[in-house]
Design a protein around this ligand. Structure first.
Ligand SMILES: C[S@@+](CC[C@H](N)C(=O)[O-])C[C@H]1O[C@@H](n2cnc3c(N)ncnc32)[C@H](O)[C@@H]1O
Length: 398
């Protein structure tokens, strides 16, 4: 049975009173609608312990776990990330702000999918005890062979040092940072995690909703992590030691460079986010229909970090390479793409235009390009008929 079906069975058994079990989806959809509205328009008014409400928990379990899980799986499956992790015979994972164990479920499914024989040990941490109970129940039900424990704790940069069980090979922070209102606290937390709790070969995946505000906050955090002493966003009182300044994290994805984000400063409108095609599970399609959502594709923003300053670029670079950071922008007679360069210090995004009359076999892959792909080309502003354009890594298929 697939994970979505197992979670559905768990939710029906644990959350639905017998009198409502004749039409379970209709009864449970209300919770999914409530939590969906709360996470978008009403987020600022959400109480800290929103998961004390059973309808929020059941709604999240039913809808958001299924939606967030493939995003995490996709990031773990990026070739350079997977290769890095699969070199380890066993993995220790920290899932911070784990909620109902979305990260643990994704990690266990990924591990199982790679037929790994070694041990997978996962520690889930969350401030809410009730949702931790769901996390434990679900992991025991779906992946009984995985060692999974939980700790109820409110995480801050100051409480992290007392966290036992590390250092960790994987640190997941999925949809957590936007619940930490202070920019300074987010920076302190992520710096401490990467510098003090991550193994040298490990990765930390930060995933956020693709909304403008949390994504721009992630872009600011990106710049602060890379240039803590120069970035104008850094709060001078931020909790950094001279040692921590010496260990600047390395960005493994999505950026192909280690410099300030060229999308952040030129405009307040843009935010760097990803789109992922998925096969929407029938249960989610039915819920979408009932609650008026459309999750035909998945949207998220993310950052994958390591703690080693000596990392080299993962791609064998022959031609200039770029990450595609917009959807293809089509207008009369032309298509444009925004590209984030792999150069050492990109000052701006590249806007690449191909006129329809310049379509050719050399640049045919331009017609298939999607947001998130890695591409290479010699063209800088205009893609002419005789300029090659290649997709090096498609974001859709990994
Ligand atoms: C939106 S849920 C994300 C759950 C899961 N990681 C996912 O992506 O599906 C955010 C979780 O972070 C927890 N959380 C928020 N701030 C926290 C903090 N400072 N310490 C511990 N947990 C926190 C909340 O209780 C909630 O369970």
């Amino acid at each position: 049975m697939d994970l979505t079906a197992q979670i559905y069975q768990y939710v029906v058994a644990h959350y639905l009173p017998p009198r409502l079990q004749k039409r379970p989806l209709q009864a449970l959809a209300k919770g999914a609608a409530l939590v969906s509205a709360a996470f978008t328009s009403e987020r600022r008014t959400l109480p800290i312990h929103y998961f004390n409400r059973p309808d929020y928990r059941s709604g999240y379990l039913l809808y958001f776990v299924a939606v967030n899980l493939p995003k995490i799986l996709h990031c773990l499956s990026m070739s350079h990330i997977a290769a890095r992790l699969l070199r380890q015979p066993s993995l220790r994972v920290l899932d911070l702000g784990c909620g109902p164990g979305t990260g643990a479920l994704a990690m266990a499914a990924w591990w199982q999918g790679h037929h790994q024989q070694g041990t997978l040990t996962i520690l889930g941490v969350d401030q809410n005890r009730k949702i931790l109970e769901d996390a434990r129940n679900l992991m025991a039900r779906c992946f009984p062979q995985v060692s999974h424990t939980t700790v109820p704790r409110t995480i801050t940069a100051n409480t992290l040092p007392s966290l036992r069980g590390g250092p960790f090979d994987v640190i997941l922070c999925a949809n957590l940072l936007n619940e930490i209102p202070s920019e300074r606290e987010r920076l302190g937390l992520v710096s401490t995690l990467v510098q003090q709790h991550l193994t040298d070969h490990g990765i930390s995946l930060i995933l956020e909703p693709a909304l403008r505000q949390p994504t721009r906050a992630l872009m600011v955090l990106h710049d602060q992590l890379l240039a803590p002493h120069t970035t104008p966003h850094t709060d001078p009182r931020s909790p950094r030691s001279p040692r921590s300044l010496a260990r600047i994290p390395h960005i493994l994805a999505p950026c192909l460079h280690q410099a300030a984000c060229p999308m952040l400063r030129p405009s307040r409108r843009d935010w760097c986010h990803a789109y992922l095609d998925w096969e929407r599970p029938p249960l989610i399609a039915k819920l979408d229909h009932l609650i008026g959502n459309r999750k035909e594709y998945l949207k998220f923003s993310y950052l994958i970090l390591s703690n080693r300053g000596s990392e080299t670029s993962r791609l064998n670079q022959h031609l200039p390479q770029y990450r595609v950071v917009s959807a293809p922008l089509r207008s009369k007679g032309k298509t444009e793409l925004l590209l984030c360069p792999a150069t050492a210090a990109p000052e701006a995004l590249t806007r690449l235009t191909r006129l329809d009359r310049d379509r050719s076999s050399a640049n045919a892959e331009f017609d298939r390009v999607l947001r998130g792909d890695i591409v290479e080309t010699m063209a800088t502003t205009r893609l002419t008929a005789d300029t090659d354009f290649r997709i090096i890594q498609s974001f859709r298929v990994l």
